[in-house]
Design a protein around this ligand. Structure first.
Ligand code: S3P
Length: 170
């Protein structure tokens, strides 16, 4: 079984993938962590020292390598992964179940307002700017997120409920 979790920053991709991994007894991986290990740098440091274009290049290479090689996994992507280098097309691969974790703008603002520091794209925004940024960004990214095979709305649901819903769908 190959499951890919995607969605906007802060939606809970990494923590949900850990919970699913326990339930399904298959290993979970996080693309940001894979990138950090490969570069021996944090995502923030890669953005700062090498720039976003470099990050997107590495992100694409490592994503492609991962899904070609690994068997039986849950992989959580970075929020932007589906939106660059035609990565969204890989979400349609026959043997992969890709799941878009969909959250409203208001929910994302709540989740992200105190978690900006480690996220280079929103790090320098004020709380007031965050709402408008997310609204625009989500609008742009929606097209790519919609390429996933399944969508689960996370608003108003506990992690446990979301995991249950995913288990029913797959
Ligand atoms: C990004 C999301 C981050 C990380 C990088 C860029 C994005 O991952 O890949 O900061 O473009 O949305 P999370 O979604 O895990 O925060």
């Amino acid at each position: 079984m190959k499951i890919i979790l995607l969605g906007y920053m802060g939606v809970g991709k990494t923590s949900l993938s850990k919970k699913l991994s326990k339930k399904l007894e298959i290993p979970c991986f996080d693309l940001d962590e894979i990138i950090e290990k490969s570069e021996s740098l944090s995502v923030s440091a890669i953005f700062k020292d090498k720039g976003e274009v470099y990050f997107r290049k590495i992100e694409h290479q490592l994503f492609k390598n991962f899904i070609e090689k690994e068997e039986n996994y849950i992989l959580s992507l970075g929020g932007g992964t589906p939106c660059y280098a035609n990565n969204h097309l890989l979400l349609q691969n026959e043997d992969v179940t890709s799941i878009y974790l969909k959250a409203s703008i208001g929910n994302l603002v709540e989740k992200l307002k105190n978690k900006r520091e480690k996220r280079p794209l929103i790090k320098n925004l004020t709380e007031d700017e965050l709402q408008e940024y997310i609204a625009k960004h989500l609008f742009d990214r929606n097209y790519y997120y919609q390429n996933s095979k399944l969508t689960v709305v996370v608003d108003g649901k506990s992690k446990k409920e979301i995991v249950k819903e995913i288990l029913q769908l797959i």
